[in-house]
Design a protein around this ligand. Structure first.
Ligand SMILES: NC(=O)c1ccc[n+]([C@@H]2O[C@H](COP(=O)([O-])OP(=O)(O)OC[C@H]3O[C@@H](n4cnc5c(N)ncnc54)[C@H](OP(=O)(O)O)[C@@H]3O)[C@@H](O)[C@H]2O)c1
Length: 290
Protein backbone atom coordinates (compact mmCIF):
# COMPACT_ATOMS: atom_id res chain seq x y z
CA UNK A 1 0.00 0.00 0.00
CA UNK A 2 1.19 3.53 -0.78
CA UNK A 3 2.46 5.70 2.07
CA UNK A 4 -0.29 7.72 3.79
CA UNK A 5 -1.10 11.26 2.74
CA UNK A 6 0.37 13.70 5.24
CA UNK A 7 -2.25 16.02 6.76
CA UNK A 8 -0.48 19.36 6.97
CA UNK A 9 -1.94 20.99 10.08
CA UNK A 10 0.55 23.83 9.95
CA UNK A 11 -0.62 24.90 6.49
CA UNK A 12 -4.29 24.38 7.38
CA UNK A 13 -3.89 26.48 10.54
CA UNK A 14 -2.16 29.24 8.59
CA UNK A 15 -4.99 29.32 6.05
CA UNK A 16 -7.54 29.37 8.87
CA UNK A 17 -5.77 32.30 10.56
CA UNK A 18 -5.73 34.19 7.26
CA UNK A 19 -9.47 33.65 6.85
CA UNK A 20 -10.04 34.75 10.46
CA UNK A 21 -7.98 37.89 9.78
CA UNK A 22 -10.16 38.75 6.76
CA UNK A 23 -13.34 38.13 8.74
CA UNK A 24 -12.12 40.31 11.62
CA UNK A 25 -11.25 43.11 9.18
CA UNK A 26 -14.88 43.07 8.01
CA UNK A 27 -16.30 43.56 11.52
CA UNK A 28 -17.11 47.02 12.83
CA UNK A 29 -15.62 46.21 16.23
CA UNK A 30 -12.41 44.61 17.48
CA UNK A 31 -12.80 41.26 19.23
CA UNK A 32 -10.63 40.95 22.33
CA UNK A 33 -9.00 37.91 23.93
CA UNK A 34 -7.70 37.98 27.51
CA UNK A 35 -5.14 35.37 28.55
CA UNK A 36 -4.24 34.87 32.19
CA UNK A 37 -0.98 33.19 33.16
CA UNK A 38 -0.17 32.38 36.77
CA UNK A 39 3.45 31.49 37.52
CA UNK A 40 6.33 30.75 35.21
CA UNK A 41 5.78 27.29 33.72
CA UNK A 42 8.11 27.47 30.66
CA UNK A 43 5.75 25.62 28.26
CA UNK A 44 2.84 27.86 29.36
CA UNK A 45 4.94 30.98 28.83
CA UNK A 46 5.64 29.89 25.22
CA UNK A 47 1.94 29.13 24.58
CA UNK A 48 0.82 32.45 26.03
CA UNK A 49 3.39 34.39 24.00
CA UNK A 50 2.29 32.64 20.79
CA UNK A 51 -1.38 33.18 21.58
CA UNK A 52 -0.84 36.91 22.10
CA UNK A 53 1.23 37.22 18.90
CA UNK A 54 -1.29 35.38 16.72
CA UNK A 55 -4.24 37.25 18.26
CA UNK A 56 -2.71 40.58 17.23
CA UNK A 57 -1.74 39.21 13.79
CA UNK A 58 -5.40 38.51 12.94
CA UNK A 59 -6.38 42.03 14.01
CA UNK A 60 -7.85 41.26 17.42
CA UNK A 61 -7.00 42.88 20.76
CA UNK A 62 -4.86 40.85 23.13
CA UNK A 63 -4.94 41.43 26.89
CA UNK A 64 -2.27 39.60 28.84
CA UNK A 65 -2.39 39.19 32.61
CA UNK A 66 0.72 37.67 34.14
CA UNK A 67 0.41 36.91 37.83
CA UNK A 68 2.93 35.76 40.35
CA UNK A 69 2.96 32.01 41.20
CA UNK A 70 1.98 32.87 44.78
CA UNK A 71 -1.17 34.79 43.73
CA UNK A 72 -4.03 33.83 46.09
CA UNK A 73 -7.00 32.02 44.52
CA UNK A 74 -9.30 34.87 45.59
CA UNK A 75 -7.25 37.39 43.59
CA UNK A 76 -7.41 35.20 40.49
CA UNK A 77 -11.18 34.81 40.90
CA UNK A 78 -11.48 38.59 41.26
CA UNK A 79 -9.55 39.06 38.00
CA UNK A 80 -11.83 36.58 36.21
CA UNK A 81 -14.86 38.52 37.49
CA UNK A 82 -13.33 41.76 36.22
CA UNK A 83 -12.74 40.23 32.77
CA UNK A 84 -16.29 38.80 32.75
CA UNK A 85 -17.57 42.36 33.19
CA UNK A 86 -15.14 44.01 30.76
CA UNK A 87 -16.95 44.96 27.52
CA UNK A 88 -13.67 44.92 25.52
CA UNK A 89 -13.08 41.25 26.40
CA UNK A 90 -14.87 38.63 24.30
CA UNK A 91 -12.79 35.61 25.25
CA UNK A 92 -11.11 34.62 28.49
CA UNK A 93 -8.50 31.90 28.77
CA UNK A 94 -6.83 30.95 32.04
CA UNK A 95 -3.71 29.02 31.10
CA UNK A 96 -3.51 25.59 32.75
CA UNK A 97 -1.93 24.08 34.76
CA UNK A 98 -2.43 26.42 37.72
CA UNK A 99 -0.27 26.29 40.87
CA UNK A 100 -1.31 23.62 43.39
CA UNK A 101 -2.84 26.06 45.90
CA UNK A 102 -5.45 27.13 43.32
CA UNK A 103 -8.56 25.07 42.53
CA UNK A 104 -8.43 25.05 38.71
CA UNK A 105 -12.02 23.78 38.34
CA UNK A 106 -13.33 26.60 40.50
CA UNK A 107 -11.42 29.21 38.47
CA UNK A 108 -12.41 27.79 35.07
CA UNK A 109 -16.06 27.59 36.09
CA UNK A 110 -15.97 31.22 37.25
CA UNK A 111 -15.49 32.25 33.59
CA UNK A 112 -18.66 33.52 31.93
CA UNK A 113 -19.57 30.53 29.65
CA UNK A 114 -20.20 32.95 26.78
CA UNK A 115 -16.56 34.14 27.06
CA UNK A 116 -15.18 30.63 27.71
CA UNK A 117 -13.17 30.31 24.49
CA UNK A 118 -11.34 27.24 25.84
CA UNK A 119 -14.69 25.47 26.20
CA UNK A 120 -13.70 24.00 29.57
CA UNK A 121 -16.59 25.23 31.78
CA UNK A 122 -19.16 22.63 32.81
CA UNK A 123 -21.81 24.74 31.09
CA UNK A 124 -20.10 24.48 27.70
CA UNK A 125 -19.25 20.79 28.22
CA UNK A 126 -22.94 20.22 29.03
CA UNK A 127 -24.11 22.25 26.04
CA UNK A 128 -21.86 20.15 23.79
CA UNK A 129 -23.03 16.88 25.34
CA UNK A 130 -26.68 17.84 24.82
CA UNK A 131 -26.14 19.00 21.24
CA UNK A 132 -26.63 22.70 22.00
CA UNK A 133 -24.62 25.49 20.47
CA UNK A 134 -21.47 25.84 22.58
CA UNK A 135 -17.91 27.03 22.66
CA UNK A 136 -15.88 23.82 22.27
CA UNK A 137 -12.33 23.05 23.41
CA UNK A 138 -9.85 24.18 20.75
CA UNK A 139 -7.75 21.04 20.19
CA UNK A 140 -10.80 18.78 19.59
CA UNK A 141 -12.24 21.37 17.17
CA UNK A 142 -8.91 21.37 15.32
CA UNK A 143 -8.86 17.55 15.14
CA UNK A 144 -12.31 17.44 13.56
CA UNK A 145 -11.46 20.22 11.08
CA UNK A 146 -8.42 18.22 9.92
CA UNK A 147 -10.39 14.96 9.74
CA UNK A 148 -13.10 16.64 7.63
CA UNK A 149 -10.49 18.19 5.39
CA UNK A 150 -8.92 14.77 4.82
CA UNK A 151 -12.08 12.67 4.55
CA UNK A 152 -14.89 15.06 3.61
CA UNK A 153 -18.17 13.88 5.13
CA UNK A 154 -17.60 11.86 8.32
CA UNK A 155 -21.17 10.50 8.43
CA UNK A 156 -21.39 6.79 9.30
CA UNK A 157 -17.67 6.31 9.86
CA UNK A 158 -16.34 4.17 12.71
CA UNK A 159 -14.35 6.62 14.83
CA UNK A 160 -12.11 5.35 17.61
CA UNK A 161 -10.89 7.88 20.19
CA UNK A 162 -8.05 6.70 22.42
CA UNK A 163 -8.16 8.78 25.63
CA UNK A 164 -11.07 10.12 27.68
CA UNK A 165 -9.77 13.36 29.12
CA UNK A 166 -12.11 16.32 29.56
CA UNK A 167 -9.90 18.50 27.38
CA UNK A 168 -9.43 16.19 24.38
CA UNK A 169 -10.92 12.67 24.42
CA UNK A 170 -14.46 13.42 25.60
CA UNK A 171 -15.08 16.62 23.60
CA UNK A 172 -13.60 15.15 20.40
CA UNK A 173 -15.88 12.12 20.82
CA UNK A 174 -18.89 14.44 21.24
CA UNK A 175 -17.94 16.40 18.12
CA UNK A 176 -17.58 13.18 16.10
CA UNK A 177 -20.98 12.03 17.33
CA UNK A 178 -22.36 15.35 16.10
CA UNK A 179 -20.77 14.54 12.72
CA UNK A 180 -22.76 11.24 12.80
CA UNK A 181 -19.77 8.95 13.35
CA UNK A 182 -20.16 5.73 15.33
CA UNK A 183 -17.85 6.57 18.19
CA UNK A 184 -15.87 4.29 20.49
CA UNK A 185 -13.93 5.87 23.37
CA UNK A 186 -10.98 3.85 24.68
CA UNK A 187 -8.92 4.33 27.84
CA UNK A 188 -6.40 2.60 30.06
CA UNK A 189 -8.82 -0.19 31.02
CA UNK A 190 -9.97 -0.98 27.45
CA UNK A 191 -9.57 -4.69 26.69
CA UNK A 192 -7.58 -5.59 23.57
CA UNK A 193 -6.98 -1.98 22.58
CA UNK A 194 -5.26 -2.84 19.26
CA UNK A 195 -8.34 -4.79 18.10
CA UNK A 196 -10.66 -1.90 19.02
CA UNK A 197 -8.44 0.69 17.28
CA UNK A 198 -8.34 -1.54 14.19
CA UNK A 199 -12.10 -1.00 13.78
CA UNK A 200 -11.56 2.71 13.18
CA UNK A 201 -11.96 4.37 9.81
CA UNK A 202 -10.87 7.41 11.82
CA UNK A 203 -8.52 7.11 14.80
CA UNK A 204 -7.90 9.98 17.21
CA UNK A 205 -5.00 9.26 19.57
CA UNK A 206 -4.93 11.46 22.71
CA UNK A 207 -3.11 9.31 25.21
CA UNK A 208 0.10 11.05 26.21
CA UNK A 209 2.23 7.92 25.61
CA UNK A 210 5.01 8.23 23.09
CA UNK A 211 4.44 6.17 19.91
CA UNK A 212 2.04 3.76 21.61
CA UNK A 213 -0.22 3.20 18.59
CA UNK A 214 1.65 1.16 15.99
CA UNK A 215 0.89 0.38 12.34
CA UNK A 216 -0.49 -3.08 13.10
CA UNK A 217 -3.30 -1.40 15.13
CA UNK A 218 -4.45 0.60 12.11
CA UNK A 219 -7.10 -0.45 9.61
CA UNK A 220 -5.62 -0.13 6.10
CA UNK A 221 -6.57 3.24 4.63
CA UNK A 222 -7.78 4.74 7.92
CA UNK A 223 -7.29 8.39 8.81
CA UNK A 224 -5.07 8.89 11.86
CA UNK A 225 -5.17 12.12 13.87
CA UNK A 226 -2.36 12.15 16.43
CA UNK A 227 -2.94 14.61 19.29
CA UNK A 228 0.02 13.47 21.39
CA UNK A 229 2.93 15.74 22.17
CA UNK A 230 5.66 13.77 23.91
CA UNK A 231 9.22 14.90 24.48
CA UNK A 232 11.64 11.99 24.24
CA UNK A 233 15.36 11.50 23.89
CA UNK A 234 16.61 9.27 21.05
CA UNK A 235 20.19 8.72 19.94
CA UNK A 236 21.20 11.43 22.42
CA UNK A 237 18.88 13.97 20.80
CA UNK A 238 15.70 15.55 22.19
CA UNK A 239 12.72 14.86 19.95
CA UNK A 240 9.00 15.61 19.83
CA UNK A 241 6.84 12.57 18.98
CA UNK A 242 3.15 11.80 18.98
CA UNK A 243 1.10 9.01 20.53
CA UNK A 244 1.36 7.12 17.23
CA UNK A 245 4.47 5.50 15.85
CA UNK A 246 4.49 7.65 12.72
CA UNK A 247 6.64 5.44 10.46
CA UNK A 248 4.67 2.22 10.92
CA UNK A 249 1.23 3.95 11.00
CA UNK A 250 1.99 5.91 7.81
CA UNK A 251 2.66 2.62 6.00
CA UNK A 252 -0.90 1.44 6.66
CA UNK A 253 -3.04 4.60 7.05
CA UNK A 254 -4.64 6.52 4.21
CA UNK A 255 -3.90 9.88 5.83
CA UNK A 256 -2.04 10.87 8.99
CA UNK A 257 -1.09 13.99 10.95
CA UNK A 258 2.62 14.38 11.70
CA UNK A 259 4.04 15.49 15.07
CA UNK A 260 5.03 18.29 15.09
CA UNK A 261 3.06 20.09 12.38
CA UNK A 262 -0.28 18.28 12.65
CA UNK A 263 -2.82 18.95 15.39
CA UNK A 264 -0.52 21.23 17.45
CA UNK A 265 -0.73 24.36 15.24
CA UNK A 266 -4.53 24.02 15.02
CA UNK A 267 -5.11 24.75 18.71
CA UNK A 268 -4.35 28.49 18.68
CA UNK A 269 -6.04 28.97 15.30
CA UNK A 270 -9.19 27.40 16.76
CA UNK A 271 -8.88 29.60 19.86
CA UNK A 272 -8.97 32.67 17.58
CA UNK A 273 -11.93 31.15 15.73
CA UNK A 274 -13.76 30.65 19.05
CA UNK A 275 -13.01 34.25 20.03
CA UNK A 276 -14.66 35.58 16.85
CA UNK A 277 -17.64 33.29 17.53
CA UNK A 278 -17.94 34.52 21.11
CA UNK A 279 -17.58 38.16 20.03
CA UNK A 280 -20.34 37.85 17.41
CA UNK A 281 -22.66 35.83 19.66
CA UNK A 282 -22.32 38.38 22.47
CA UNK A 283 -23.40 41.15 20.08
CA UNK A 284 -26.19 39.06 18.59
CA UNK A 285 -24.71 39.18 15.08
CA UNK A 286 -24.15 36.28 12.67
CA UNK A 287 -20.72 34.66 12.67
CA UNK A 288 -18.97 35.59 9.41
CA UNK A 289 -18.17 32.69 7.06
CA UNK A 290 -14.62 31.58 7.80
N1 LIG B 1 -2.42 21.39 21.31
C1 LIG B 1 -2.26 20.11 21.31
O1 LIG B 1 -1.84 19.60 20.32
C2 LIG B 1 -2.58 19.31 22.53
C3 LIG B 1 -3.54 19.75 23.43
C4 LIG B 1 -3.86 18.94 24.52
C5 LIG B 1 -3.19 17.74 24.71
N2 LIG B 1 -2.20 17.36 23.83
C6 LIG B 1 -1.48 16.09 23.99
O2 LIG B 1 -2.40 15.03 23.84
C7 LIG B 1 -2.07 13.94 24.70
C8 LIG B 1 -3.26 13.62 25.58
O3 LIG B 1 -3.55 14.72 26.40
P1 LIG B 1 -4.66 14.68 27.55
O4 LIG B 1 -4.61 15.96 28.26
O5 LIG B 1 -5.94 14.23 26.94
O6 LIG B 1 -4.05 13.52 28.47
P2 LIG B 1 -4.57 12.89 29.83
O7 LIG B 1 -5.49 13.82 30.54
O8 LIG B 1 -3.38 12.35 30.52
O9 LIG B 1 -5.46 11.66 29.32
C9 LIG B 1 -4.88 10.56 28.72
C10 LIG B 1 -5.91 9.53 28.40
O10 LIG B 1 -5.25 8.42 27.80
C11 LIG B 1 -5.64 7.23 28.46
N3 LIG B 1 -4.53 6.29 28.52
C12 LIG B 1 -3.37 6.42 29.20
N4 LIG B 1 -2.59 5.32 29.02
C13 LIG B 1 -3.29 4.50 28.23
C14 LIG B 1 -3.03 3.22 27.70
N5 LIG B 1 -1.90 2.56 27.95
N6 LIG B 1 -3.97 2.65 26.92
C15 LIG B 1 -5.13 3.30 26.65
N7 LIG B 1 -5.42 4.52 27.11
C16 LIG B 1 -4.52 5.10 27.90
C17 LIG B 1 -6.06 7.63 29.86
O11 LIG B 1 -6.95 6.66 30.32
P3 LIG B 1 -7.63 6.71 31.80
O12 LIG B 1 -8.68 7.75 31.71
O13 LIG B 1 -8.17 5.33 31.96
O14 LIG B 1 -6.52 7.04 32.75
C18 LIG B 1 -6.67 9.01 29.62
O15 LIG B 1 -8.03 8.91 29.34
C19 LIG B 1 -0.81 14.39 25.44
O16 LIG B 1 0.33 13.92 24.73
C20 LIG B 1 -0.86 15.90 25.35
O17 LIG B 1 0.41 16.48 25.41
C21 LIG B 1 -1.91 18.11 22.75
Amino acid sequence: MAEARVIDGKAYAQGLRERIGKAVAGLDFTPGLAVVLVGENPASQVYVRNKAKQTVEVGMASFEHKLDASTPEADLLALVEKLNADAAVDGILVQLPLPDHIDAEKVVNAINPDKDVDGFTVINAGRLATGQDSLVACTPVGCVMLAKDALGDLKGLEAVVVGRSNIVGKPVAQLLLKEHCTVTICHSRTRDLPAVVRRGDLVIAAVGRAEMVTGDWIKPGACVIDVGINRIERDGKKKLVGDCDYASCAEVAGAITPVPGGVGPMTIACLLHNTVRAACARRGIAMPRI
